[in-house]
Design a protein around this ligand. Structure first.
Ligand code: HMG
Ligand code: MG
Length: 302
């Protein structure tokens, strides 16, 4: 198993994490969170989502957040965009990178973005073209790659079809979302191998939620196939408002600890990251779900 020497971590906490929080969070807190994450060495920090505020109220202030960040050289701040209206708003707020988000499951597509998979792809086409013409980079997400809350098992071939379509349309990277965290290592490998028949491995990212505690095992399995981009969320914040029971993304602290232990470079400072995780968890009045964060806090207190 040849593990990568370097892994790029895409920090999704300020978007995937906070989109599911019941309480309202000030834009200033989000801005500070994003800046702290950049200072901890994260090269990509997803900053928000230009979606309907009726669907996801927590992301309503994304323009204020994106314009409020003191951008750090070398860090990108992508935002989710579901349609042309979202693209216009993202451009007005100075976005340099966006992400469109589709699904490998019809039912999830309907619940999440109110259209079929085929309709979503037609909707994304002008978004990707328009963004690319303006010099923006476009990432593509595919949800439910290892299971759907409404349909159960999803065939790897269905994941590969949507992924290949988004890649052909111009997405530079395809992020494979185990939205409800039901995947296990061999299934994750089979899915990645199937998708990688059409897309170079270095263009794929693993976006695993940790609902069943399998995310680190799944990441280790797919890194062994050559996956070198990993999405994660500080303190394990997160979930998806349209995936009942989905808990947070795999915690960034846990991923960095794993990578450090394997001698894989991520450029992230674990101490600064863990301090940021504690800070945002305090603001939200909760404990980090990250085991590494808890262990570090216990050691510091001992
Ligand atoms: P719709 O209702 O079909 O859209 O929703 P519509 O075009 O008919 O518009 C309805 C209303 O929304 C109108 O307002 C529009 O102006 C407004 P009204 O006239 O009623 O006042 N609207 C917008 N407002 C702001 N920004 C926009 C926008 N578009 C329309 N961009 C739509 C379709 C896609 C908009 C809606 O379903 C939506 O916003 N969905 C987003 C759901 C979402 O954000 N889910 C979470 C992110 S995905 C995720 O977490 C998974 C991921 O992490 C990977 C994984 O883990 O699997 C990425
Ligand atoms: Mg997600």
């Amino acid at each position: 198993m040849a593990l990568p020497q370097r892994v790029k971590i895409v920090e999704v906490g300020p978007r995937d994490g906070l989109q599911n929080e019941p309480q309202s969070i000030d834009a200033a807190v989000k801005v500070e969170l994003i800046e702290r994450l950049g200072n901890a060495g994260l090269p990509v920090v997803e900053a928000g989502a230009f979606v309907s505020p009726k669907w996801v109220p927590q992301m309503a202030a994304s323009a204020e957040v994106l314009t409020g960040i003191r951008r750090r050289e070398g860090v990108s701040y992508p935002v989710l965009v579901p349609n042309m209206k979202g693209l216009e708003a993202a451009l007005a707020a100075g976005a340099e990178e966006i992400a469109v988000f589709g699904a490998a499951s019809e039912s999830f597509s309907q619940r999440n973005i109110n259209c079929s998979i085929a309709e979503s792809l037609e909707r994304f086409r002008p978004v990707i073209e328009g963004a690319t013409a303006q010099g923006l980079r476009v990432r593509g997400y595919v949800s439910c790659v290892l299971g759907c809350p409404y349909e159960g098992a999803i065939a790897p071939e269905a994941v590969a079809r949507v992924s290949a379509e988004l890649y052909r349309m111009g997405c530079y990277e395809i992020s494979l979302g185990d939205t409800i965290g039901t995947g296990t290592p061999l299934k994750a490998q089979r899915m990645v191998e199937t998708v990688a028949q059409d897309i170079p491995m270095e263009r794929l990212a693993a976006h695993f939620h940790d609902t069943y505690g399998q995310a680190l095992a799944n990441l280790y399995a797919v890194m062994g196939l050559g996956i070198a981009t990993v999405d994660s969320s500080v303190a394990g914040l997160g979930g998806c408002p349209y995936a009942k029971g989905a808990s947070g993304n795999v915690a960034t602290e846990d991923v960095v600890y794993l990578l450090d232990g394997l001698g894989i470079d991520s450029g992230v400072d674990l101490e600064r990251l863990a301090a940021t995780g504690r800070w945002i968890s305090d603001k939200l009045g909760r404990e980090p779900t990250s085991k590494v964060a808890r262990a570090l806090a216990a050691r510091a207190g001992a």
